[in-house]
Design a protein around this ligand. Structure first.
Ligand code: FAD
Length: 369
């Protein structure tokens, strides 16, 4: 058996997708994760058309579509009234917005890897020892302690990336001060299941999305959002309750020599727009395409990865930040602007297409070899 030429640190959606895309292109990779088990709770809930396109040749798309639920668009509400509805039907020739828990998306990627005889090595923390013209040396701590050399590392080790810190790459950006509560819980409601819902209040917003006929995800930037649900909505005991902080940050570089950063290691932003996991899977696809170009030297492939992905990351995070700031703002002037402008969105095809293309991950060209 030939030695793997790429070490993938992290088996979240980004790392799993990288292992799959590399294997399909004939590059042998080893994938390790410091956690003993995959995360039990789902952060991402929406798989977007760009991801379904990228995974179409792997068999995962078919399974995501079979398990997932398609939603038709987004409704915006204020004071108990629908301000606007943006329909997603025409967004993409084949795919729509597919609701599927991140936990299931990761499980389907893992099964596709197992079918190719690729196993995630769990309980193994990877760390960078150093790199030179010949290789990058990686320390592996855990079940299999040791040090190995690889042609390249794809660091998909999450927002607190060890590799980003070891390489002293800045993570520029800003955070919102308020905690964002999150609930997955049964709701009895008249809100329709086929749309995501955004409700505006003078002090912030609530986002609601049905995971299935019974369970809804509720996210807000206000404390106690369950007390502000529409009249007649009855909530039961949450199956998951958490809270998180929202930051908008982009790594100052997403590759140095033989080490590339992908997914949350390279960019974080608010869940508004449902882009994080999807953008990470696109990073994985780009990395595999550039690395597998016949005759390309690893360092040149990674320099290209930095050049092209860094521009994409900055653009996406900027757009998501702008939309999130508009949605969460309690500034009365912004609230008035939102109230006046939103009803026009559905009558302005150019603007609603722009919003949809952002949510669908189609606001920039797909990576190509
Ligand atoms: C509330 C919420 C809702 C969201 N909704 C959406 C959505 O609808 N759509 C969407 O696309 N995104 C969404 N996101 C974002 C999405 O969850 C993340 O962007 C995604 O999980 C990033 O994947 P990743 O693989 O890059 O990182 P992670 O999922 O964080 O995985 C990193 C992995 O690396 C491992 N690791 C860490 N350090 C090391 C090391 N040194 N060596 C080995 N392994 C290591 C960790 O154990 C972990 O398994 C949401 C996020 C939140 C918080």
């Amino acid at each position: 058996m030939s030695q793997p030429s790429v070490l993938i640190a992290g088996a979240g959606p980004t790392g799993l997708a990288a292992a799959l895309f590399l294997d399909i292109r004939g590059v042998k990779a080893r994938i390790v994760d410091s956690a003993l088990q995959a995360a039990p709770h789902s952060r991402a809930l929406v798989v977007n058309p760009r991801t379904l396109d990228l995974l179409a040749d792997t068999g995962v798309t078919e399974r995501m579509l079979a398990e997932g639920r398609r939603i038709r668009g987004v409704r915006f509400h204020e004071n108990g009234e629908v301000l606007a509805t943006v329909e997603a039907a025409s967004m993409h020739p084949r795919y729509g917005l597919t609701v599927l828990s991140q936990e299931r998306s990761e499980a389907l990627l893992t099964e596709a890897l197992l079918a190719r005889n690729i196993h995630v090595e769990r309980g193994v923390r990877a760390g960078c020892v150093g790199q030179d013209d010949a290789e990058v040396r990686v320390a592996l701590n855990g079940a299999s302690d040791g040090e190995d050399g690889y042609a390249a590392v794809f660091a998909a080790d999450g927002a607190h990336s060890d590799f980003r810190k070891t390489l002293e790459i800045g993570f520029s950006g800003s955070s919102y001060p308020e905690p964002w509560p999150l609930y997955d819980l049964p709701l009895e409601t008249t809100l329709d299941l086929d749309h995501a819902h955004v409700m505006f209040f003078p002090e912030g917003m609530i986002f609601l999305l049905a995971l299935n006929d019974e369970i809804w995800r509720v996210i807000s930037n206000m404390p106690h959002p369950l007390a502000k649900l529409p009249a007649g909505t009855v909530s039961s005991e949450p199956m998951w309750e958490s809270s998180f902080h929202v930051a908008h940050r982009v790594a100052d570089r997403c590759a140095i020599d033989r080490i590339a950063l992908g997914g949350d290691a390279a960019h974080v932003h608010s869940p508004v727009g449902a882009r994080g996991m999807n953008l990470g899977i696109e990073d994985a696809a780009a990395f595999a395409m550039y690395f597998a170009v016949p005759g390309a030297r690893p360092m040149d492939a990674l320099e290209r990865y930095h050049r092209e992905r860094h521009a994409v990351h900055k653009g996406v995070v900027r757009r998501v930040h702008a939309v999130t700031s508009m949605a969460r703002s309690s500034n009365p002037l912004v609230a008035r602007l939102r109230h006046a402008a939103l009803p026009w969105v559905s009558h302005m095809p150019a603007l609603s297409q722009r919003i949809l293309r952002t949510v669908a991950g189609l606001d920039h060209p797909a990576p190509t070899p």
